[in-house]
Design a protein around this ligand. Structure first.
Ligand SMILES: *Cc1c(COP(=O)(O)O)cnc(C)c1O
Length: 370
């Protein structure tokens, strides 16, 4: 047999990277845990699904179109994003989920020896993409559950290329106000790129919450991420985008693989943006009611929570989060154990339909009693 020496072929930073293990399909999980029904409260999905216009696009996809390549640069979708935000469509780069645009940015700006800065308790993909690309990720601890602007500024060195801010943060729900973000950008004076990940932008209603895209004209080092996976309910179609200064977007576009965004995703995303049935308002109302319900019920159980913006909250358990995952799964409740996010003993729960919230509380009570 021929031999292949992976130790010499594969860079150390890939060999040493601990792979992410995706969850099994729902049907397999149901068999494994012996539950009939499964409430998915682990991925911050929208239980209302996509808005009606997007549902129609998905239903009507004509099979022969499966043979035809999609628009290579999401042409019509970028036009609409440009119109809505008052920017040039060429400032927009669309990807196979916001996850893919993270990789575009790291590829465009970082080479061996460079580093990125983010925090230890946030969406882990920034750190992962950097690490398996051989780029160091400096993780600056949160301060009072918030990104620590001062400590991040102090940790910048001559090799720092990109700073990733998750606003609001997944999972802590905290966010930087417009004043905080502007002061941070002013302090950098354009020397590093700043990514503001606004995956939960559409959930935040507070006056002082900044719309990153509106700041790009003043700060050409700013890159803003948005996704159709959360509020717009098309996570399964995989589509997200970034907006940046024209020259920046032009550089980033060089690093993306064309045709990674499929036709249905592009057309459904366009329909999401054109929704006039109040999908966002309905989703916000549902999230708000569920957050209030869980606050009250978890207080009765004396379980501390971290809750802010976004369609999720964190619950601190008296015992192991991974054990809680298994016990709750047996009751048909799937939550996100937070050890991987460096919150040991905590779980993150998606704010979903009331029926699911009630089932979660019932399962939690049962777990705490046994
Ligand atoms: C869900 C999520 C994303 C990724 O979204 P996709 O578009 O589905 O890849 C990005 N950032 C944060 C903070 C998220 O929670």
């Amino acid at each position: 047999m021929m031999k292949t020496n992976l130790d010499t072929l594969v860079p150390a930073y890939v060999r040493e990277f601990e792979p992410y293990i995706p969850s099994k399909p729902d049907d397999e999980l149901k068999k494994l845990y012996g539950c009939q029904n499964l409430y998915r409260l682990n991925n911050n999905e929208n239980p209302l699904g996509p808005p009606p216009g997007a549902q129609e696009i998905i239903r009507r996809f004509s099979p022969p179109r499966g043979a035809v390549y999609p628009s290579g640069d999401s042409y019509y979708l970028r036009q609409e994003i440009g119109n809505i935000n008052g920017i040039d469509p060429d400032q927009v780069v669309v990807g196979n989920g916001a996850n893919e645009v993270i990789a575009f940015v790291v590829k465009a700006f970082c080479q061996q020896g460079d580093n990125i800065i983010t925090t230890d308790k946030t969406f882990a993909v920034y750190e992962w993409v950097a690490t398996f690309s051989g780029i160091k990720a400096k993780l600056i601890p949160l301060k009072n559950e918030r990104f620590d602007d001062q400590a991040m500024l102090e940790s910048i060195d001559e090799n720092t290329k990109v700073i990733f801010i998750c606003n609001p943060n997944n999972p802590s729900g905290t966010y930087w106000s417009k004043d905080t973000l502007i002061a941070f950008l002013d302090a950098l004076s354009g020397r590093q790129m700043v990514v503001v990940d606004e995956a939960y932008f559409e959930f935040v209603e507070n006056e002082d919450y900044p719309n990153g895209i509106s700041l790009i004209k003043d700060y050409p080092n700013l890159i803003v991420f948005r996704t159709f996976s959360k509020m717009y309910g098309i996570a399964g179609l995989r589509i997200g985008y970034l907006a940046a200064d024209l020259a920046v977007a032009d550089m980033i576009r060089r690093t993306c693989v064309v045709y990674s965004v499929n036709t249905t995703a592009q057309e459904a995303a366009l329909a999401c943006l054109r929704d006039d049935t109040g999908h966002i308002a309905k989703t916000r109302a549902l999230v708000c009611a569920s957050r209030a319900f869980l606050r009250e019920e978890l207080a009765k159980l004396n379980l501390p929570i971290i809750a802010g913006e976004g369609n999720y909250l964190i619950v601190r358990l008296p015992g192991s989060d991974t054990l809680a995952y298994r016990k709750l799964m047996r009751e048909g409740i799937m939550i996100r154990p937070m050890t991987g996010f460096r919150y040991p003993n905590d779980i993150r729960v998606t704010l979903s339909k009331m029926e699911a919230m009630e089932a979660f509380i019932a399962a939690l009570k049962k777990m705490l009693e046994t």
